[in-house]
Write a protein that binds this ligand. Structure first.
Ligand SMILES: Nc1ncnc2c1ncn2[C@@H]1O[C@H](COP(=O)(O)OP(=O)(O)OP(=O)(O)O)[C@@H](O)[C@H]1O
Ligand SMILES: [Mg+2]
Length: 255
């Protein structure tokens, strides 16, 4: 059984003028334990809506989301069902309160784990900071005192504290320059190998998805138009929209 199985997911938003907007149309996909699945698509195609539904921030109009054996879409679903799932967002500077030192901000990631002493919690935080390559002295810094790349490392440290089985990543490198992006991808690759966690990895960058993910699917206007192994998607796209994304990526590279 896959770790995450999404079936026939639909989401219709009611806009201010009472018009209906169909953001997701019959989306189905799965993520196996330890697997990295990419979601590719242009702005507004529904990528964030998918992870927001998986994370429980948005309620789907219809469809099912099964995670770790639980049907998350059932109203009486176990409230702890998502405890082994974590999320990292696009803008690392907004991921921490500007009033809270990073050490405390990272430790917040342990709020779901009960029964740990403060010393045990601090040890976990130290381990996570080491894993993401942040000096422990950064615990005493505020988020506005570090770079975007460092803040994103801190956000990843907070996410891995509970040793998640699934990490939801929504454009986590888009706000950062190319070199920092490469370093973060290297870090995530290392963490994947060490922790065997699965990832749902959103990006509008099809080349990054080819390099980092195992499988991916392409969203266009809320519908999956193509999915498969990343090498095949990139080298031999079948769908016209995927072909356009690949061509645009190749053109950008050679400019
Ligand atoms: N709460 C909402 N109410 C109304 N419409 C919404 C809401 N949330 C998202 N939408 C619409 O649904 C569509 C998909 O949004 P979504 O944020 O999932 O796109 P995306 O693929 O993540 O885009 P981007 O790459 O810009 O982040 C957009 O047209 C958006 O305006
Ligand atoms: Mg988005």
């Amino acid at each position: 059984m896959p770790l995450l199985q999404v079936e026939n997911l639909n989401k219709t938003f009611i806009e201010k003028n009472d018009r209906l907007f169909r953001a997701l149309n019959d989306v189905s996909f799965s993520v196996e334990e330890g697997e990295c699945v990419g979601i590719i698509g242009e702005s507004g195609s529904g990528k964030t809506t998918i992870v927001n539904i998986v994370a429980g921030f948005v309620t789907p109009t219809s469809g099912t989301v099964r995670y770790d054996g639980y049907d998350l879409t059932l109203p009486r679903c176990n409230k702890n069902a998502r405890d082994t799932m974590q999320m990292v967002f696009q803008n690392p500077m907004n991921s921490f309160s500007p009033r809270m030192k990073l050490g405390k901000g990272i430790r917040e990631g342990l709020c779901y784990l009960s029964g740990m002493t403060r010393d045990e919690q601090e040890k976990r935080v130290d381990e996570a900071m080491e894993m993401v390559g942040l000096p422990l002295s950064y615990k005493n810094k505020f988020v506005f005192e570090v770079s975007g790349g460092e803040a994103q490392r801190a956000a990843i440290a907070r996410a891995i504290l509970i040793r998640p089985r699934l990490l939801l990543c929504d454009e986590i490198t888009s706000a950062l320059d190319a070199e920092v992006q490469d370093q973060l991808i290297e870090l995530l690759t290392k963490l994947r190998n060490e922790m065997n966690m699965a990832l749902l990895f959103i990006s509008h960058d099809i080349k990054l998805v080819r390099d980092f993910c195992d499988r991916a699917f392409v969203l266009q206007d809320g519908e999956i138009v193509e999915q498969g192994e990343v090498g095949k998607l990139y080298e031999h796209p079948e769908n016209e929209y995927t072909k356009r994304l690949v061509n645009a990526a190749i053109l950008n590279l050679t400019e």
